[in-house]
Design a protein around this ligand. Structure first.
Ligand SMILES: [Zn+2]
Length: 579
């Protein structure tokens, strides 16, 4: 009896142990997703490489269908690799062979389950819509309403009154209504607008067939022009208003200091047209940026609005002529102005870009001549790791020349540019494949706007792919997109309201000031920043590796602000991988 009793107790113990094990497994599988499994929370293209990362020790993984938890794919994790940038030990889960469209999650025995993701031939279209439409949300000078899809996301017309600041060389009112709020603040800056609008117009030139029918539900929808171009035009028209009668372009239009976290219509600070403080008052970088963007716009808008295309070309030519008279007038914030500076000591790269785009548009020999006299010193900019950025647009100029394909272009210059571009892209591919998170950024890239750097590499890869097609370039561009959408050390989607675990507290005044529980949708965060230029980052542990220096905190302007140039890179990357 006693023996039987003991056996019974033992059996009960074993049974409950098994039950605990079973329950534990079930809880792990169907419970809260773990940040130790990192997936692109939007998804993976059916025929593309599909890799997730696991940062806790394990051996195997399963892909499970979200509806019924059925296992659809099983695999072994790769050997672990130490990622110095994040301090993580990472294993890859490769399920490329599984191609069936649907919604899934990863189950890693002993670790847990991931957030859900989709597989399909066109998984990024919704993200493109939100990311591109986010520019509409940044519109200044007009009432904005994201409509029934996002009730409550709206603001009244803002910054309708402007005036010349003493640094502009003029005085009196100058309203210049329009444009996009640059970032988390309400300033408008020509230089940063340059690369942002330029990149969006390039997205149209390279991927326009995929964008032509996409409706963004903006006020211009249905006017006969594609919505991507309608939205880019909103900021372009403001850039044109920043041009003075002599062809030069004022650097920026902002209040004298940043307002608090208020809605844009509540910001009553005067919107000032700000110049360099002494003759000729306009800056060469801003003027050359308008020349470049105006030249692209002349090509792009020609089929839809000839008059507007002509206005842009005229502005671009006038701006170029001004930069010939003033080849390097740089900008620093004048006394009493504490908003963003976008200062840049060298405007030669902006001029190179302008010359290349004007040559590409007009075929006028003078632009070709200037480009050919100047380009050689900028060829080293086409290397890795050194992607284009708002302050360094030489790659845009070099690519533009190679893409121009004009009779009269210098064949040797085109060949040199192609060869350099290819070498850089191949190096990025190799480096990214070796990176445990398969992202192209290196340790030095974890600066203010590191997520923008991720996007910049994506642009570099896709533009090079347009010069010389190579599936590895597209695959690596997708790797960078996967990083932004959740396959990173935080397992965080860095686009607001996109993915099952997005960041939620951008440094973005409308998101902070309105009553909506979630931030405005589609906005890319600046991302980890080892430079730690704000108190939130400074309070983080001192020994954090660079990829970990990030806080999803509205006060962390140095790691969690949004910005139109990072946003433009994201849009370009998404446009490139749309169906
Ligand atoms: Zn405004």
């Amino acid at each position: 009896m006693e023996r039987a009793h003991r056996r019974e107790i033992l059996l009960k113990l074993v049974l409950s142990f098994l039950l605990v094990l079973l329950y534990g497994t079930l809880a792990v599988a169907s419970g809260t997703p773990t940040a130790s499994i990192k997936v692109d929370q939007v998804g993976y293209l059916s025929n593309a490489v599909k890799v997730a990362m696991v940062s806790a020790p394990a051996r195997t993984f399963e892909v499970k269908r979200a509806d019924d938890d059925r296992t659809v794919f099983q695999g072994k994790l790769s050997a672990s690799a130490a990622d110095a940038d994040s301090g993580d030990t990472v294993q890859a889960a490769d399920f490329s062979a599984f191609r069936q469209p649907g919604t899934y999650y990863l189950d890693v025995p002993g670790v847990g389950r991931s957030w859900t993701f989709s597989i399909g031939p066109d998984v990024f279209s919704r993200t493109f819509y939100l990311a591109m439409r986010a520019f509409y949300g940044q519109r200044c000078g007009i009432a904005v309403d994201l409509g029934p899809e996002f009730p409550g996301y709206k603001h009244a017309a803002c910054h309708l009154k402007g005036s010349f600041h003493v640094s502009s060389g003029k005085d009196g009112p100058r309203d210049n209504v329009g444009g996009w709020h640059d970032a988390g603040d309400y300033g408008r800056y020509v230089v940063n607008s340059g690369i942002s609008v330029g990149t969006l117009l390039w997205a149209w030139e390279l991927f326009g067939s995929k964008l032509a029918t996409i409706k963004l539900n903006i006020p211009e929808t249905g006017n006969g022009s594609p919505d991507t171009l309608n939205e880019a035009r909103w900021n372009l028209e403001w850039m044109l208003k920043m041009q003075d009668d002599d062809g030069g372009v004022w650097h920026k239009q902002t209040s004298d200091h940043f307002p608090g976290f208020i809605m844009p219509e509540d910001d009553n600070l005067v919107s000032l047209v700000i110049g360099t403080g002494s003759a000729p008052y306009k800056s060469t970088c801003a003027t050359a940026d308008l020349a470049a963007v105006g030249a692209i716009a002349a090509r792009v808008y020609e089929p839809f609005d000839k008059k507007f295309a002509g206005v842009n070309l005229h502005a671009a030519r006038e701006a170029w002529a001004w930069t010939e008279r003033y080849p390097n007038v740089t900008f620093r914030n004048p006394p009493g102005i504490s908003t963003g500076e976008y200062g840049d000591d060298r405007c030669g790269d902006e001029r190179l870009w302008a010359a290349a785009e004007l040559w590409r548009t007009t075929g006028d020999a003078a632009y070709n001549r200037y480009f050919l006299q100047s380009y050689a010193e900028y060829l080293p900019k086409l290397q890795s790791p050194s992607p284009e950025s708002w302050a360094e647009v030489a790659p845009m100029g070099l690519w533009a020349y190679a893409l121009a394909n004009r009779s009269g272009s210098d064949a040797r210059a085109v060949a040199e540019i192609r060869q350099r571009a290819l070498a850089a892209a191949r190096e990025i591919v190799d480096r990214t494949r070796r990176n445990p998170y398969r992202v192209s950024v290196v340790a030095k890239d974890y600066v203010w706007g590191s997520n923008g750097q991720v996007g910049n590499y994506g642009v570099q890869l896709l533009v090079t792919n347009a010069l010389t097609s190579d599936p590895a370039f597209v695959e690596t561009a997708l790797d960078n997109l996967h990083y932004l959408l959740g396959r990173n050390t935080f397992s965080l989607s860095w686009v607001t309201q996109v993915g099952a675990n997005p960041y939620r507290h951008p440094h973005h005044r409308p998101s902070g000031a309105d009553n909506n529980p979630e931030p405005w949708p589609g906005l890319l965060s600046g991302g980890p920043n080892a430079g730690r230029q704000d108190p939130v980052l400074q309070a983080l542990p001192a020994n954090l590796p660079p990829a970990k220096v990030y806080s999803d905190d509205q006060a962390s302007y140095a790691s969690n602000e949004i910005c139109i140039n990072w946003q433009a890179m994201l849009v370009f990357l998404l446009a490139g991988v749309l169906k």
